[in-house]
Design a protein around this ligand. Structure first.
Ligand code: SAH
Length: 256
């Protein structure tokens, strides 16, 4: 029985794949892919490889996840070289951990091939160094998807932490998220950035402040997938002039 490879596809551009990821893709007999993976990455598969699109399209998440596990297990047992392909890094908000557990429980060996995560690559694409020590002692990667309930990030604590906040899946609830950070004491003038579809041909970005974030998202017609960055490091964003048509320069550029 072959090892199943859990492969990170990076944020988009195939040049950002690791060499190992490319090798696994070209060796694969079966590839189970997420919606987020760029078409240019999928074009690298062997022409006789089977491509199974198992992205989430609504419905009951747990059932769907179990179905993905069963599919991987069945294919691996049949002797196929299986790649489970995920956008960015497979262990960053990608359910990679759950999939490794399910495969191991089925007695199947798993290899993890790390990928470039959007939370680092998207800010970097506009010159934002997420842990720049002149601005922050570190970075917190958080999901904006969960707002209520036990699993929601403690926004007040994050607001006080001094960490750069890199928020995945935060677009749909941006307004609530801003309110929670403000309630936690984060100033409205805190620099913020949004980068959507980074490293794809549809990339868009805007620089603004926490206080103008919600309005900027609407005006710039930013669509998912997008990364939100909140913190002083946003001041380092390159070529601010080029970003102006989308957003507001506000304090992000004003302090230079
Ligand atoms: N495993 C992925 C994240 C999956 S969660 C990774 O490591 O990058 C999905 C979220 O990732 C999206 O809602 C968005 O916040 C972010 N994302 C993924 N690809 C992106 C891209 N090309 N540009 C901007 N954000 C992206």
């Amino acid at each position: 029985m072959n090892t199943v490879s859990l492969v990170g596809a990076g944020p988009g551009d195939p040049e950002l794949l690791t060499v190992r990821a490319l090798k696994r893709l070209q060796d694969a007999d079966v590839v189970l892919t997420d919606d987020l993976v760029d078409a240019r990455v999928l074009a690298l598969l062997r022409s006789d490889a089977r491509l199974l699109r198992v992205g989430k399209r609504g419905g009951c998440v747990s059932t769907e996840q179990r179905f993905i596990h069963e599919l991987m297990i069945r294919e691996a047992r049949s002797g196929a070289r299986v790649v489970r392909l995920k956008g960015g890094d497979p262990f960053v908000f990608g359910r990679g951990g759950e999939e490794v557990t399910a495969l191991r429980e089925a007695g199947i060996e798993v290899e993890v091939v790390s990928g470039l995560t959007a939370g680092i690559a998207a800010p970097a694409s506009i010159g934002i160094p997420v842990t720049d020590r002149r601005h922050a002692p570190g970075v917190a990667f958080v999901t904006g998807h969960r707002q209520d309930g036990e699993d929601a990030p403690d926004w007040a604590a994050l607001a006080r932490s001094g960490l750069t906040l890199v928020i995945y899946m935060g677009l749909a609830r941006a307004e609530a998220l801003v309110a929670a950070l403000r309630a936690g004491g984060m100033p409205a003038a805190m620099p913020a950035a949004v980068i959507s579809a980074a490293h794809t041909e549809h990339q868009r970005q805007a620089i603004c402040t926490l206080g103008t974030l919600a309005a900027t998202l609407k005006r710039a017609r930013i669509a998912s997938p997008a990364i939100l960055v909140v913190g002083e490091v946003v001041r380092e964003a390159a070529q601010l002039e080029q970003l102006l048509p989308f957003g507001e320069q506000a304090s992000a550029g004003g302090s230079r």
